[in-house]
Ligand binder design. Structure first.
Ligand code: AMP
Length: 218
C-alpha cells in the first residue's frame, strides 16, 4: 500500500495491546471512525482524515513498519526484541501492555538447577538465548508458537520463557515464575525513512501521543 498525499498509517497490535492503546490514542486525539472491536475490518479511518489505522497480528506489527506499509506502529517490546528490524526507531515507551518476560517452571518441581543444561521452550527464543548466555548457562531451546504452558507438563521442557501479567495463566496450569528476565511494555515505533520524509506530519502525532503518556503519570 502506497502512502499517498502524506497520509499517515499506524499499525496497531491486536489483542491486549490494542485494548490498552486505543484509549491512549484517543487521548492523543486519534479515534477510529467505527468501533474496531465490533468490526472485522483491518483498516480504519480516523477522526483525523490524514491518519489511518491498521490492525495487525502483534508479531507482525514491526514488519509493517519495517517495510514502510505503516509509518508508525505500536508493538510490544517482547516482539521488538525478537524481530530483526533495521529500519525502525523506537520513539516512545507507551507504558501500556505492561507485563514481565519470565522463566516459569512447574510448581511441583525443585528450583531450576543453574548448572544443568535446561530444556527451555519459548516463542521468545532470541530473548531467552540472550538471557541464559549472559549468565553463562547452557540451554537447549525449543521454539513454540503458543500454549507454552503445556511444555513442562508433558516433559517437553524443564521450563518456559513467556510473558506474565497477572500470573493466572501460569497458576491455572500448575506453573510458577522461577526467574524474571525483564519488564515489557508497548512502544511507539517509526519507519526510519518515514521519519525523515514525513517529519512535518509525524512530529505533531508523536508529540500528541507522548503528551498523552505524560498526562497519565499525573
Ligand atoms: P496472565 O495470565 O495475566 O499472566 O497473562 C499471561 C498470558 O497472556 C500469556 O499467555 C502471555 O503470553 C499473555 N500476555 C500477558 N501480557 C501480555 C502482553 N502485555 N502482551 C501480549 N501478551 C500478553
Amino acid at each position: 500500500m502506497k502512502n499517498k498525499n502524506k497520509e499517515i498509517v499506524i499499525a496497531l497490535s491486536k489483542g491486549r495491546i490494542l485494548e490498552q492503546s486505543l484509549p491512549l490514542l484517543a487521548e492523543a486525539g486519534i479515534k477510529p471512525l467505527e468501533s474496531i472491536k465490533e468490526s472485522r475490518k483491518l483498516i480504519f479511518p480516523t477522526t483525523n482524515p490524514k491518519i489511518k489505522l491498521l490492525v495487525v497480528r502483534a508479531s507482525d506489527a514491526p514488519t509493517y513498519v519495517e517495510y514502510g506499509a505503516a509509518d508508525l506502529g505500536i508493538a510490544g517490546k517482547d516482539v521488538l526484541l525478537e524481530a530483526e528490524c533495521k529500519n525502525i526507531f523506537e520513539l516512545v515507551d507507551l507504558k501500556v501492555g505492561k507485563c514481565r518476560l519470565c522463566v516459569a517452571k512447574r510448581q511441583d518441581t525443585a528450583e531450576l538447577d543453574k548448572t544443568a543444561i535446561l530444556k527451555v521452550a519459548s516463542k521468545y527464543v532470541k530473548s531467552a538465548a540472550q538471557y541464559f548466555a549472559e549468565q553463562g548457562r547452557q540451554v537447549r531451546l525449543i521454539k513454540l508458537y503458543g500454549s507454552m504452558e503445556l511444555a513442562p507438563l508433558v516433559d517437553l521442557a524443564d521450563c518456559i520463557v513467556d510473558l506474565v501479567d497477572t500470573g493466572n495463566t501460569l497458576r491455572a496450569n500448575g506453573l510458577e515464575v522461577a526467574e524474571t528476565i525483564r519488564e515489557i511494555s508497548s512502544r511507539l515505533i517509526v519507519n526510519r525513512a518515514s521519519f525523515t520524509l514525513k517529519r512535518e506530519e509525524l512530529l505533531p502525532i508523536v508529540r500528541a501521543i507522548e503528551t498523552a503518556v505524560e498526562n497519565r503519570k499525573n
